[in-house]
Design a protein around this ligand. Sequence first.
Ligand code: BDP
Length: 333
Amino acid sequence: MRIRPRRAVPWLLAAAALLQAAPPVQAREFKGWSVHADGYPVNQGMQRFAAAVAAVTKGAHTARVYPDSELGPQGQVLDKLASGEIDFAVTGLVGYGEKVPALRVLGMPYMFHDSARMFALLDGPLGELLAGELEKAGVILLGWYDGGTRNFYHRSRPLDSVHEFKDVKLRVGTTRTHIDMVERMGAHAVPLPFKDVYRALEEGRVDGAENNLPSYESTGHYKLAPHYTFTRHLVTPEMLVIGKKAWNEFTKEQQQALLLAGRQSALHMREEWNRRVRETQARLEKEGVKFYDCKDYGPMVRRLKSLYEPLWSAKDSVSVQALSLILAGMAQR
Ligand code: BDP
């Protein structure tokens, strides 16, 4: 059929308008935030995810991991992700409790026995429930990374019973629960950002701190506080998240592929993590670090009892649901 010139004009105009409405995708770099130095298992997992961004968009976009909190302090990450100032991140639970109350459940001491049991729950309905809450706060959960088992360390002696904690100055993150935890143990909590702990140990503003083995090594804290006690007070996850703004720049198909890539990067990270934890202890023993077991966990847990009370009476139903899922998981063991 021949198109008559008079009809062709509006058709051409409509096509031109459509082309204008959908401009070609602007190539850009997606920025990833990490508190850790490159070579740390978290950054290794994130780099896998960054490579997937380039692969999934067939090179239209790139992604880069900025180490050592270069893109801003940890407490601001959730806000920066929501505003689009940064695109993706792996963070611990620091600063999340205020915005996503249900996440506090994950940051409670002695909540999980070990990472394997924690992931058995997070890779199921508990993880989905919390991912839904994170989405309301402006971020999409792509994978649960391992934050490991955290233990206390001190410059000159073991912290293997509650009596040893009396009046000791211990660094904690800025999370309310963790400040309360240390205070309940009888010590003085000194809340500080991660990167300031080394200096504080050096200057004697703190006598010790608490962290997992890989961070204890990567920060060099072991050189200043070489007495590490397996108090196992915290087993926590970290989260690979992407801001909704960044997320909406991908097509539905790309989002599906990135969800898979995020999950795979987390599985890779967890394997790397386990290997790293095993090797670290052996390496640090050679460096002269002394490791101790806890004499009795009972008195410690009893001191922390009142910390759990607000959870039992939590007003938000999601926290209650999260707690019930964890308790049900314990009952299944
Ligand atoms: C590291 C965690 C990081 C925390 C840090 C800390 O990976 O998310 O910010 O400890 O203690 O192990 O602040």
